[in-house]
Design a protein around this ligand. Structure first.
Ligand code: DOR
Ligand code: ZN
Length: 345
C-alpha cells in the first residue's frame, strides 16, 4: 500500500541564503518546497538598516529562477548603533518581519552583534511596542563557559533577565539544542522556539566519533543524545511553541574541510524528507504539518500558505551529495539513514 499524505506548503523560520554565487545555488533548493523563509542578516557587511534589507530582498528576488514562487521574510541585524526609528519604519512598511540578536562573537559573522544590552534598550522597547519579534541566537560567548553549556547559561543569565526587563517583547529562541531550551520555551506564554532538521537527527557523537566530521559542525553545536530526544519530543508533540527553522547555512567545502572549519549545515534540499523520517519514527506523521507549516505562521500572525505539498513513501530517494558553487561545492546534510519520503511540491 502506498503511504502518502498532503500538508500545507511549509515555511522555514530560520534560513541563510548568503549572496552572489552561493545564493544562486541554494535559493532554488529552498524555494522548491518552502513558501516563505525568515532570512538571516549575517552577511558581510550585515543587513542592519531598512535600506540594507530592501536591497538584499531585491537581490533575492532577482536570483529566484523563473516560475518559482517564494517570499523572503527579511530581518535586521541588531547592533549597538541600530536606530530605533529605522526599525519602526522598516516594520511599518512591511519590509521586515523580525530583528535578529546575535551576542557578539557567538557565531559566523557575529562580531557586529550586541555586547552591552543597555545599548539596545531603545530598540527593544520600540519592538515590544509595535509587536516586532526578536529572533535570538541563544548562546553566551564568555570564554570560560564550556561550549556545551552556552545555551543553558544564556537562558539563565541573559534571555530571562532581558525578557523580564522588556515586557511585551516577543522572542523566538532559535535553533534550540537542549532540554533546557525546550523547557524554557514551553513554559513561556508568548515565546516561540525553532528546531533545526539536523539537531533532530545528530548528537555530538556524530561530529566526533570515528574521526571529525566537519559537515556536522554547526552552532549551537549538537549536544548529548538526551537533548536530541528532548528536541524530537518537542517537535513531534504538536506544541504550538515549536516550529521548523532549518538554519540551513551553506559554506563552500574548502571552508568546512579546513583546519578552522566554519559552522553550518546545509539542509534545504532534503529537509522535508528527513523530517518525514523523524516524525514517522516518532509515530507522529500527522503532526509534521503543525511543526513545518502551521505553528510558525501562527506565531508571526500570518496565514498558512494556501498551497500544499504531498509526501509519498517509496524506494529511497537520492539527493545530490554536493552542489556546485563557482569553482567549489557545498555539501548537503547527510542524515546517515536512507530517506524514503518523496516530496512533490
Ligand atoms: O552553524 C551555524 N551557521 N550557526 C549559526 O548561528 C550561523 C550559521 C552561519 O551563518 O553559517
Ligand atoms: Zn543561523
Amino acid at each position: 500500500m502506498t503511504q502518502s499524505f498532503t500538508i500545507r506548503r511549509p515555511d522555514d523560520w530560520h534560513l541563510h541564503l548568503r549572496d552572489g554565487a552561493m545564493m544562486d545555488t541554494v535559493l532554488p533548493e529552498t524555494a522548491r518546497h518552502f513558501g516563505r523563509a525568515i532570512v538571516m542578516p549575517n552577511l558581510v557587511p550585515p543587513v542592519v538598516t531598512g535600506a540594507d534589507a530592501a536591497a538584499y530582498r531585491a537581490r533575492i528576488m532577482a536570483a529566484l529562477p523563473e516560475g518559482m514562487s517564494f517570499e523572503p521574510l527579511m530581518t535586521l541585524y541588531l547592533t549597538e548603533t541600530t536606530d530605533p526609528e529605522d526599525v519602526r519604519e522598516a516594520a511599518a512598511s512591511g519590509l521586515v518581519t523580525a530583528v535578529k540578536l546575535y551576542p557578539a562573537g557567538a557565531t559566523t559573522n557575529s562580531h557586529s552583534g550586541v555586547r552591552d544590552f543597555d545599548n539596545v534598550r531603545g530598540v527593544l522597547e520600540v519592538m515590544a511596542e509595535i509587536g516586532l519579534p526578536m529572533c535570538v541566537h541563544g548562546e553566551v560567548t564568555t570564554h570560560d563557559v564550556d561550549i556545551f553549556d552556552r545555551e543553558a547559561v544564556f537562558i539563565e543569565t541573559v534571555l530571562d533577565p532581558l525578557r523580564r526587563a522588556t515586557p511585551g517583547l516577543r522572542v523566538v529562541m532559535e535553533h534550540i539544542t537542549t532540554r533546557d531550551g525546550v523547557d524554557y520555551v514551553k513554559s513561556q506564554e508568548d515565546m516561540g522556539g525553532t528546531i533545526t532538521t539536523h539537531h533532530l537527527i545528530i548528537n555530538r557523537n556524530h561530529i566526533l566519533v570515528g574521526g571529525i566530521k566537519p559537515h556536522y559542525y554547526c552552532l549551537p553545536v549538537a549536544k548529548r543524545e538526551e537533548h536530541r530526544l528532548a528536541l524530537v519530543q518537542a517537535a513531534t508533540s504538536g506544541d504550538r511553541h515549536f516550529f521548523l527553522g532549518t538554519d540551513s547555512a551553506p559554506h563552500p567545502d574548502h571552508l568546512k574541510e579546513h583546519a578552522c572549519g566554519c559552522a553550518g549545515v546545509f539542509s534545504a534540499t532534503n529537509t522535508m524528507s528527513c523530517l518525514a523520517e523523524v516524525f514517522e519514527a516518532a509515530g507522529a506523521l500527522d503532526r509534521l504539518e503543525g511543526f513545518a507549516s502551521l505553528n510558525g505562521p501562527a506565531f508571526y500572525g500570518l496565514a498558512p500558505n494556501p498551497e500544499t505539498i504531498t509526501l509519498t513513501k517509496g524506494d529511497p530517494v537520492t539527493y545530490p551529495a554536493k552542489f556546485p558553487v563557482g569553482e567549489d561545492h557545498v555539501t548537503l546534510f547527510d542524515p546517515g539513514f536512507p530517506l524514503h519520503w518523496h516530496v512533490e511540491a
